[in-house]
Design a protein around this ligand. Structure first.
Ligand code: NAD
Length: 310
């Protein structure tokens, strides 16, 4: 067996998987436990729209893991109480190495019909919940100079989707959160990446066409997330889309842009903007920037060129 074929193991690692009582989270928890991780199976056990609560969802997955010879404990807190979720890991296993922010609900309505309550609840569970769990785990990961954090985004956030204003906003918010967590954790080997899954679950039942639904097994995404959580994976701040046994990296890109005034002493007018708009929106020379410093560095270059009347 070559070193590249060696099984990726998670022995002595403690993983917290939120929303692990069903769907994708359950598959993440089962796979990490099978590979030696001690797992906190967090799940509030409510409905897909966030109503009610039950310990059953988490208990069943913990049972499954234990029956297969793995180690797991249940945690029934809402992710909004992130400190309590992480406390469960510390109490049961004494540390936390991996955090998969996965818990989620849907309250789909068109923008016009979205109530403030639907907006708040969806944003609270996805965005605030991920913030709270991450903030609670972060100092422990930094102190031990090891951590792997996953945020769960969605194509609904990246591209928008009719009827999902609240969900799209939360899911794109998670990309922003991951960008900064990746920067703040890097020095201490605490890495943060984003998964953009498409999978058959109660969340997508009746939404995805049957032919697609049957091929989109959550189990096929779990190995991608497991690899992102492994010590051998050095990605940080990556967005990885995965479904149906396929995965790709997703990037933001920025066009070359256009100068909006003839020279530094001129002001910008709407007419000038209109005249050069096709250059402003031309993406033929678009590039990915790796850091905010590259964006401001490029602005300095533009100013220099304008000074030279280039
Ligand atoms: P799912 O409904 O099967 O699982 C979500 C789990 O989260 C449930 O078990 C639920 O009880 C739990 N949960 C909900 N609110 C909670 C809270 N406040 N605290 C703790 N647990 C809570 O859904 P899924 O499809 O497996 O989705 C998992 C994640 O992937 C979600 O964040 C979802 O938005 C995201 N996602 C899924 C898809 C997809 O195609 N299924 C696409 C894009 C993103």
């Amino acid at each position: 067996m070559s070193s590249s074929d060696r099984k990726l193991r998670f022995d002595n690692r403690v993983a917290v998987v939120t929303g692990a009582g069903a769907g994708l989270g359950r598959e993440y928890a089962l796979l990490l436990a099978e590979r030696g991780a001690k797992v906190v199976v967090n799940d509030l056990g409510g409905s897909h729209s966030g109503e009610g609560a039950s310990q059953r969802a988490a208990d069943i997955v913990v049972e499954e893991i234990r029956r297969a010879g793995g180690e797991a404990v249940a945690d029934y807190n809402s992710v909004i109480d992130g400190a309590m979720v992480i406390e469960t890991a510390l109490k049961a296993f004494g540390r936390v190495d991996i955090l998969i922010n996965n818990a989620g609900i849907l309250r789909d309505r068109s923008l016009a019909k979205t109530s403030e309550q639907d907006w708040n609840l969806v944003n609270d569970v996805h965005l605030k919940g991920s913030f709270k769990c991450t903030q609670a785990a972060f100092p422990h990961m930094k102190a031990q100079r090891y951590g792997r954090i996953i945020m769960t985004s969605s194509n609904s956030g990246i591209y928008g989707n009719f009827g999902q204003a609240n969900y799209s906003a939360a899911k794109m918010g998670l990309v922003g959160l991951a960008n900064t967590v990746a920067i703040e954790g890097a020095r201490n080997n605490v890495l943060c990446n984003v998964i953009i899954p498409t999978a058959a679950s109660r969340m997508t039942e009746g939404i995805l066409p049957d032919i697609l639904f049957n091929e989109l097994k959550p189990k096929l995404i779990a190995p991608v997330v497991a690899y992102l959580c492994h010590e051998s994976c050095q990605d940080n701040g990556s967005y990885i889309e995965s479904a149906a046994g396929w995965a790709t990296k997703v990037h933001t890109v920025r066009g070359k842009g256009a100068v909006l005034r003839p020279s530094l002493i001129d002001t910008v007018t709407p007419e000038y903007v209109k005249n050069v708009w096709s250059n402003v929106t031309d993406m033929s020379k678009a590039k990915h920037l790796n850091a905010i410093g590259e964006a401001s560095g490029y602005l300095l270059e533009v100013l220099e060129k304008m000074k030279e009347g280039d």
